[in-house]
Design a protein around this ligand. Structure first.
Ligand code: NAD
Length: 489
């Protein structure tokens, strides 16, 4: 019998458009599923193109005529600080929603996703009063300066693996700079961001500034991407959909930031602290059941250390309790859906066929519950050319690939189409820096993995996308630079 919700409820949810909760124009609803129990949750209004049109019109009015971009940065900051405080105060409720919707163990939602999301809003609340242009050296009689102005209406499209956190990575800098937003969560996981929409109104975010419209990608998502009233699309999701968005956004020359897929290398040298490296390798691939864009899904290990590292990883993975995601002791949740589980299992089959050695797991875990649980899985003796070493599996499957020397490690680390993140484990500081500089990825963790801070930029090289989220640099993605020339002659 799954544990009951203690703080959240399962009342039906509507769309947030122009500060009001409304049904979809079509009257359509959908019911997301709890991945741990395979049971449907509450009814949620389903946005289609028409609802997106209304939400964009509201965001457009709020931007073109409303108070949000016109108030001082300090005032916007105060409202965003209030939102962040409300998120901290309601953390248990938001965490429960995230857990039942996305299949995250409550220990993760409550201790990681929700506080990190609140901290991101807090961080950008601080920036709201500090976005400035610059004064340039005069040329002749001209005085020249630049302004940073908000980009306008932002369409944010986010995936199901970190529904709240990845949305806040966009809401924070967009709202801090004075943009307004239409936020389309994944149709799989709308509940936590709908709750934040409610808190935003409570915090004093004016009507139309933040609209939340869950709906399918092919209807609601496309409508947002193609809408002429939207100035920028901030997207996180798969590389295939990112490519489609690039094509569709071309028609209206929209600004784009794309955070896409990954196949990140976690590179372990034999001189590393292998206990720490095993801990990092396990956290790197099994955190959030491997449904992490930056998952360390390729563990590159110096050949002579492979056996020892894999033994240590197996011992740690065996301790990851699977089961009811509302139980604080659960450490490894279910995959998001039956289809995702099937997809991961098909990669496991492929790995075996292509000759990698299955060192752990590889089966559905029926004992953990009715949901979509997969045993933590480790392949070893894999080759970088194999499908399981090249394609994003997006599940708890580590592909351990031995390498011979530093050059071989770098060749393999960079030998994929992605470049989102990487890890390096060594006690040799020179080697650590050499590898960190040579890997083409947006983040490199040395002797750690999967650590984040709102001030530390995150984003991809190569086909992992472009644009950076988090940090000061993300503000550039939500502002235009205007140059003003004053003739003083
Ligand atoms: P997805 O690309 O299928 O969907 C992401 C979002 O896009 C959803 O809201 C979906 O409704 C919407 N969408 C789908 N088709 C669309 C279309 N044609 N037009 C507009 N919107 C559309 O991805 P997913 O399965 O939800 O998430 C998993 C993927 O996200 C993985 O590839 C993962 O690596 C990636 N991801 C990347 C990062 C990062 O920061 N780089 C973070 C998390 C997830």
């Amino acid at each position: 019998m799954p544990l009951a919700l203690a703080h959240a409820n399962l009342n039906p949810r509507k769309l947030l458009i122009d500060g009001s909760w409304v049904d979809a124009r079509s009257g359509k609803t959908f019911r997301p599923t709890n991945p741990a129990t395979a049971e449907p949750l509450c009814e949620v209004a389903q946005a289609d193109a028409e609802d997106i049109g209304l939400a964009v019109a509201a965001a457009r009015r709020a931007f073109d005529e409303g108070p949000w971009p016109r108030m001082s940065g300090a005032e916007r900051g105060r409202i965003l600080f209030r939102l962040s405080e409300l998120m901290y105060a309601r953390a248990k409720e938001i965490a429960e929603l995230e857990t039942i919707d996305a299949g995250k163990p409550i220990s993760e939602s409550l201790n990681v996703d929700v506080p990190m999301a609140a901290e991101v809003i807090q961080y950008y609340a601080g920036w709201a009063s500090k976005v400035t242009g610059e004064t340039l050296p005069p040329r002749g009689e001209s005085f020249i300066y630049t302004l940073r102005e908000p980009t306008g209406v932002v369409g944010a499209i986010v995936p199901w693996n970190f529904p709240l956190l990845l949305a806040m990575w966009k809401v924070g800098p967009a709202l801090a700079t004075g943009c307004t937003m239409v936020l389309k969560p994944s149709e799989t996981t709308p509940l936590s961001v709908l709750k934040v929409g409610e808190l935003a109104l409570e915090a004093g975010v004016p009507a139309g500034v933040l609209n939340v419209v869950p709906g399918p990608g092919r209807t609601a998502g496309n409508a947002l991407v193609e809408h002429p009233g939207v100035d920028k699309i901030a997207f996180t999701g798969s590389t295939a959909v990112g490519q489609d968005i690039m094509r569709r956004a071309a028609g209206t020359v929209k600004r784009l930031s794309l955070e896409l897929g990954g196949k990140s290398p976690n590179v372990v040298f034999a001189d590393a602290d292998l206990d720490a490296a095993a801990r990092g390798a396990v956290a790197g691939i099994f955190y959030n059941k491997g449904e992490v864009c930056a998952a360390g899904s390729r563990v590159l290990v110096e050949r002579k250390a492979q056996e020892e590292l894999v033994e240590k990883m197996k011992a740690r993975a065996a301790k990851l309790t699977q089961g009811d995601t509302l139980d604080p002791k659960t450490r490894l949740g279910p995959q998001i859906s039956e289809a995702q589980l099937e997809s991961v299992l098909s990669y496991v089959k492929r790995g075996k066929e292509e000759g990698a050695k299955l060192a752990l797991g590889g089966e559905r875990n029926q004992a953990a519950g009715k949901g979509y649980f997969l045993q933590p899985t480790i392949f070893m003796d894999a080759k970088n050319e194999m499908t399981i070493a090249q394609e994003e599996i997006f599940g708890p499957v580590a592909t351990v690939i031995p390498f011979d020397d530093l050059d071989d490690a770098l060749r393999k680390a960079n030998g994929v189409r992605y470049g989102l993140a990487a890890g390096v484990w060594t006690r040799d500081v020179k080697k650590a820096h050499r590898v960190a500089h040579a890997i083409r990825a947006g983040t490199v963790w040395v002797n750690s993995y999967n650590v984040y801070d709102p001030g530390a930029p995150f984003g991809g090289y190569k086909q992992s996308g472009f644009g950076r989220e988090l940090g000061k640099i993300a503000l550039d993605g939500y502002t235009e630079s205007k140059t003003v020339w004053i003739d003083l002659g």
